[in-house]
Design a protein around this ligand. Structure first.
Ligand SMILES: Nc1ncnc2c1ncn2[C@@H]1O[C@H](COP(=O)(O)OP(=O)(O)OP(=O)(O)O)[C@@H](O)[C@H]1O
Length: 393
């Protein structure tokens, strides 16, 4: 990456929009949607796009944009900002495509786009020929490609880009590349006004992903210095169990703790979700199995049992997170506990691990924990309680 924007300390907190230099039309749109402050990643985007320009997205060498910022930090609005300024509503042609890995996430993003782009025709693929912008999964996009024209495409956004580039998804990228015309990748010297920007978005994108996409990355909006970190507002703790068979008891004890109203529980295997949800439902009638379908607007006092693929990027309302199966990868941990502590709110994440798993899990967690403070507890099979170990990891 040749240039990075937004590593200053002062960028770590939301800032009133009146304190950010931006085009009047953008400010008006944000105020209408009741946005009073810009989150750091959004402020960095505005700075990157508009500093030194008067409301136009600059047509200089800064073209592709990588948005690397922690979970819940407002990346969606940050990539909608260039769309607000760049889509010409008087032209009834396709100008933006946003790709998201799941239908649930695509639906959530579509809702946001409709909110901030009221004069645009934003579609999930239905009547795609009339859309200014499409928000869809790779599968749906590949189905539609033969019917779409790339001629006026100005923005191609990959939300949760690292997930989109996982092996199982890889062939769709080749098909998309085959559909894009040569000018999409023109060098700065021979680019025209029709240039296309690729915007890749993730809390856990690495340089390897970027080079795999073949991007000539020019701007990285990365307020915290590295994207792969958990938000500092999340209180992290671990509960150690002697044996695997004790974990269900420990989980129920954790769920009975005060304020554990909105909880999302992660297991590693998708086929274990229903089993655990059914076991919990005998004690907690509000336990819900995510494999049976969730809506992005699900905000009631539920205990949602899910696995990693199902809820990546989903914006739940103030959920606590419990990891029933300890994570073995940093990315997994970051995305799981990122379902809480969103939008700079406080959150709580509890990880269950057997004695055997403890060392490995702590190794993973310490690498991405921002505060480094992990409260340690253990399951006491005599008192049948989770007991404070009275020590910090
Ligand atoms: N400027 C803002 N003011 C108030 N709320 C905001 C602002 N920007 C975003 N939000 C809210 O913050 C929450 C998290 O935003 P968003 O879903 O974009 O996070 P994200 O960075 O994409 O997270 P993830 O990596 O988990 O997908 C959402 O509820 C969103 O509406």
């Amino acid at each position: 990456m040749s240039e990075e924007v937004g590593k200053r300390k002062s960028l770590e907190l939301p800032i009133p929009i009146d304190d950010v230099k931006m085009p009047a039309v953008l400010k008006e749109t944000l105020v209408k949607r009741k946005i009073a402050e810009l989150f750091p990643v959004q402020r960095a985007m505005v700075d990157a796009l508009f500093s030194g320009t008067s409301g136009q997205i600059s047509c200089n060498s800064r073209r592709d944009i990588a948005i690397l910022s922690p979970t819940g930090s407002g990346k969606t609005l940050s990539y909608i900002i260039p769309l607000i300024m760049g889509i010409q509503t008087d032209l009834e042609v396709l100008q933006a495509i946003v790709v998201a890995p799941t239908r649930l996430l695509a639906a959530q993003v579509l809702e946001e786009m409709v909110k901030f782009l009221p004069r645009c025709n934003v579609s999930n693929g239905t009547n795609a020929h009339r859309a200014h912008a499409l928000v869809l999964t790779p599968g749906k996009l590949v189905d539609l490609l033969p019917t779409l024209s790339p001629t006026h495409l100005r923005f191609l956004v990959f939300d949760e880009a690292d997930r989109l580039m996982a092996e199982s998804y890889f062939s769709w990228l080749r098909q998309l590349d085959g559909w894009l015309p040569a000018w999409a990748d023109a060098t700065p010297a021979n680019r025209t006004r029709r240039q296309m920007r690729r915007i890749v978005v993730s809390a856990t994108l690495t340089d390897a992903h970027v080079s795999r996409l073949g991007l000539r990355m020019h701007i990285s909006v990365q307020p915290y210095g590295t994207g792969c970190q958990v938000p500092a507002t999340i209180a992290e703790s671990m509960v150690e169990c002697e044996y695997d068979s004790e974990k269900l008891h420990a989980l129920k004890a954790v769920l009975n703790e005060p304020d554990m109203k909105r909880v999302v529980i992660f297991v590693s295997q998708r086929d274990a979700v229903s089993r655990l949800a059914a076991e919990l439902a005998t004690t907690f009638p509000n336990a819900k199995d995510a494999t049976r379908g969730l809506k992005s607007g699900d905000k009631s006092d539920m205990i949602i049992v899910t696995s990693d693929g199902l809820t990546r990027g989903i914006d739940f309302d103030s959920y606590h997170v419990v990891q029933y199966d300890a994570p073995t990868h940093q990315q997994t941990y970051v995305h799981r506990i990122g379902r809480t502590g969103r939008a700079y709110e406080r959150g709580r994440a509890v990880t269950l691990a057997t004695k055997k798993q403890m060392r490995g899990a702590l190794g993973v967690i310490r690498k991405v924990s921002r505060t480094g403070e992990i409260a340690m507890r253990h399951w006491d099979s005599e008192s049948m309680c989770v007991v404070d170990a009275d020590k910090k990891a």
